[in-house]
Design a binder for this molecule. Structure first.
Ligand code: ATP
Ligand code: MG
Length: 477
């Protein structure tokens, strides 16, 4: 942890001293607060995108004056209703607010706001580690103000509310998700009373908009170890509200001495494993939801034991309503996740048997450009405790990948376009539009996928002539 007396060494951005100077002239106190201060004290090395400034006075006035002094014409966005203003300078958003005191009503996240002192403002912040402030005025430049021992909590890696957690969360239930998000991002523990309060206030989440909830879930999803967040969501009861379908994956059942694995913990393992290999948010969503239909498809069969027949296809069908409810995009992102979920068994089934060329061709045909992502998902899905089994699967996957490469080089099936069009078929056999054309087209496609012919015009043309003859069609001379 950096030396607390030397925080001015971290305020090298020219805007900081400028803000201090203008604030001196205005006769107000001004501080940098929130994530910037937390990350400086943590020594967290990452790109800074936004910096929060609080002033004991008007945030809008200060922002306007600072912007004008930094660069004439620098645009300031003012949000009168919130009493905030921001400008972007050197790729960083500087957000200004006047120190305030807040009180809440039960039915809304929107507080009643009054002017307040710095300490009032620190009290209304969500966690002690986010309530740290560094003074920017010239005579106190770099001085840390930490009324709730946020520095201690940073050292102990604790997420803790400055005030009574019950009230903090009831006032603004979004903070429950922020607590879990920060715990996941920073790998911190949620302090016990704070965690208990999330459990008792979880049903207050209802007043938070779906967009904000999903925003936090996506942030959890994009951390190196998302399972930390999902375990906390489950433990606090929030998962059952946000994603009941994932909650239902939890638990194992035994019948006739045969058990099945706990699909919730399996899913989290897959999610963590895939997060090592991809930053693609949607591929991570596919990992979270790949087994989502297991609870509804689960059966016990005397002969086969537990089965989850067609859970990939049922899962694919469940996704639109989940995405719609969470206000996730209903466009090609949904289609992509659906494709991943519906195909997630294919490479595994394939590698369990002999890896035939035609099976690989069909897989390539169905997955198209997303084939590499699908393989990444399937490799993450191998979570067996048996190391022999794992290495057998993974080496089979290697074989599948090699075959995919061979076949792609030979037949370019990724974005399959039939080499023979309907027009050519009609022209060749002097046909009007009718069912023969469909029959011939799919016969050609099948022959290519089976490897009987290559994916090119000449092969396909010859094949069409032969097949047409079988159907009793005469080619034009
Ligand atoms: P990040 O690294 O995600 O930007 P941050 O701590 O800067 O983390 P922001 O969402 O940018 O988080 O918010 C800035 C600051 O505003 C927080 O540090 C916190 O002090 C305060 N804050 C934000 N949202 C809330 C909230 N819902 N309740 C109370 N305080 C909040
Ligand atoms: Mg921030």
């Amino acid at each position: 942890m950096p030396d607390r007396r030397n925080l001015k060494d971290h305020l090298i951005h020219p805007a900081f001293s400028q803000i201090g100077k203008i604030s001196d002239q205005e006769g107000t106190e001004t501080y940098v607060v929130g994530g910037f201060v937390r990350d400086v004290l943590l020594g967290r090395k990452r790109e800074v995108y936004d910096i929060d400034i609080v002033t004991v006075g008007s945030g809008i006035d200060l922002a306007t004056k600072v912007a004008a002094s930094l660069r004439p014409g620098l645009k300031v966005s003012v949000f009168k209703n919130f009493g905030t203003a921001m400008f972007r300078f050197n790729d960083i958003d500087f957000e200004f607010v006047g120190a305030r005191r807040e009180s809440y009503r039960h039915e809304s996240r929107k507080p009643i706001v009054e002017d307040g002192t710095l300490e009032d403002d620190q009290k209304r912040r969500d966690f002690t580690i986010n309530a740290l402030a560094i003074c920017l005025n010239s005579d106190r430049f770099g001085e840390l103000l930490d009324p709730f021992d946020g520095v201690g909590d940073l050292a102990n890696k604790l997420i803790k509310t400055p005030l009574e957690p019950e009230i903090t969360f009831s006032d603004d239930p979004l903070r429950m998700l922020r607590a879990i998000r920060f715990a996941t991002q920073l790998n911190f523990i949620i302090e016990e009373k704070t965690l208990t309060a999330i459990q008792t206030q979880s049903n207050r989440l209802g007043i938070v908009s779906k967009e904000r909830i999903t925003d936090e879930i996506n942030k959890i999803m994009l951390t190196p170890t998302p399972s930390i967040g999902f375990k906390l969501l489950e433990k606090t009861g929030l998962l059952a509200i946000i994603l009941p379908e994932v909650q239902k994956l939890k638990g194992r059942e035994t019948r006739n001495g045969i058990g099945h694995k706990d699909n919730f913990y399996h899913t989290l393992e897959v999610l963590d494993r895939i997060s090592k290999n991809t930053d693609n948010l949607w591929l991570r969503w596919a990992a979270l939801l790949h087994d989502v239909a297991k609870p509804v498809t689960k059966r016990f069969d005397e002969r086969l034991g537990w089965t989850f027949h067609a859970h990939n296809f049922i899962g694919e069908k469940m996704l639109p309503s989940i995405f719609d409810r969470l206000k996730l995009p209903l466009n090609e992102k949904l289609k992509y996740v659906q494709k991943m979920v519906s195909l997630h068994m294919r490479p595994i089934v394939l590698s369990e048997e002999e890896v035939t060329d035609s099976a690989v061709r069909r897989l390539l045909f169905d997955a198209g450009d997303d084939i590499d992502d699908l393989m990444t998902l399937c490799e993450a899905d191998i979570t067996s405790k048996n190391p022999e089994k794992v290495s057998r699967f993974l080496s089979n996957f290697q074989l599948v990948r090699e075959k995919l490469k061979d076949i792609e080089e030979k037949d370019a099936l990724r974005n399959f376009q039939p080499p023979i069009t309907g027009e050519i078929i009609m022209e060749t056999f002097s046909l009007q539009p009718g069912r023969e054309i469909g029959i011939l087209k799919s016969a050609i496609k099948e022959a290519i996928l089976e490897g009987e012919i290559h994916n090119n015009y000449e092969d396909a043309y010859q094949f069409m002539l032969t097949k047409g003859k079988e159907l009793g069609l005469a080619a034009k001379a």
